[in-house]
Design a protein around this ligand. Sequence first.
Ligand SMILES: Cc1ncc(COP(=O)(O)O)c(C=O)c1O
Length: 408
Amino acid sequence: MSSKKLNSIMTDDKNYLFQNYGDRLPVCFVRGNTCFLYDQDGKKYIDFFSGIAVTSVGYGNRLLLRALHRQIDSLIHTSNWFYNREQNEAAKQLAEASFPGKTLFVNSGTEATEAAIKLARRYGLNQDQDRYQIVSFTNSFHGRTFGGMSATAQKKIHDGFGPLVPGFIYLPYNDATAFAKEVKKNRNICAIIIELIQGEGGIVIADHAFVKEVFRICSKNNILTIVDEVQTGIGRTGTLFAYQHYGIVPDIITLAKGLGGGIPVGAIHAKNFLPEFFPKGVHGSTFGGNHLACAAVAAVLKQVQNKSFLDNIKKVSAYFLERLNEIKQDVAFIKEVRGMGLHIGIELSIPGAPMVSKALARGLVINCTAEKVIRIMPPLTISLNTAQAGMKILETILMEERKSSDNT
Ligand SMILES: Cc1ncc(COP(=O)(O)O)c(C=O)c1O
């Protein structure tokens, strides 16, 4: 697959960049259009990955580009010392799309986690000097800064960094009894943080009964509920936010990824009783919610809130789930197909990474997480035709793999 051009790009990567991402997949994308990417040599790919669930409205989206061009031409950044119309507009749209409340803009998912846990601690400590503990759930992922990493209940993310931020309690996911037991004996919990579909953890879906019970206990015990919608938000699961599948309304949602359609931006959106716990000077960010980022947010939200936009997600999702379940009948190493909207995981009984490389060679971008889960999360604007074309490639690879595992 390596071309001369690619070899030189790979050499520069080795020479000039930290190698914390290891060997990247052997491709350098230079252009994108709708759900297609084009590499350094002009080869076209179907994208089932959307830059880790980021390019929500696809590549070259006319409305997003128009908003960005207009904003770049007028003003990119001024800082939070000044009023900002684009922030106002983006926050207004977020409140309309989710629940009445206020928004604080940051720059990434992990910063949204930081803001949410800092807000929860201010809230808890305001009631009692020991009320600062936060429950998170096994196999979660909430980010890589110290707060985000400490909230993340996965040892492999913690390893090698010394003491974590204290005050996190890790409880089993989908186990309401364990949560009830903890709350009964521990009066110092100020909040929970939860992904309703664990993304990095392998597209693991929270049970409705578990979520309902946890939220009931939280409400009864004045424990804040933080739903991490960094990956699931902005239409990814077929509703604007994943919590809307569960008949609950969290106190705080964290957002990033799809929020800016590719422009780095994150946010927390919180119910109206919470912003007072962040009075002047206790939290902030230089870039957070700058004019350009918020112009992107407004342009994305305007589109995602369209009924036809969400209908497309549901239609393509139904196709993926049906087709993948059909394929599963013929492929013994597919253990389970699960997901909601365009956030779908294919759990295998064998490592998924080799299939990612094979797909790439055939012009399909997919991803593997948790070692054995192939993730399908294309731009939300993907057409049924493109989804079918990509599935054809994926099916070929799965069948080839089946053949070779039959032969061994
Ligand atoms: C659920 C969830 N929360 C938080 C994060 C951290 O986001 P970021 O990488 O933008 O810091 C991620 C990233 O994958 C995520 O999936």
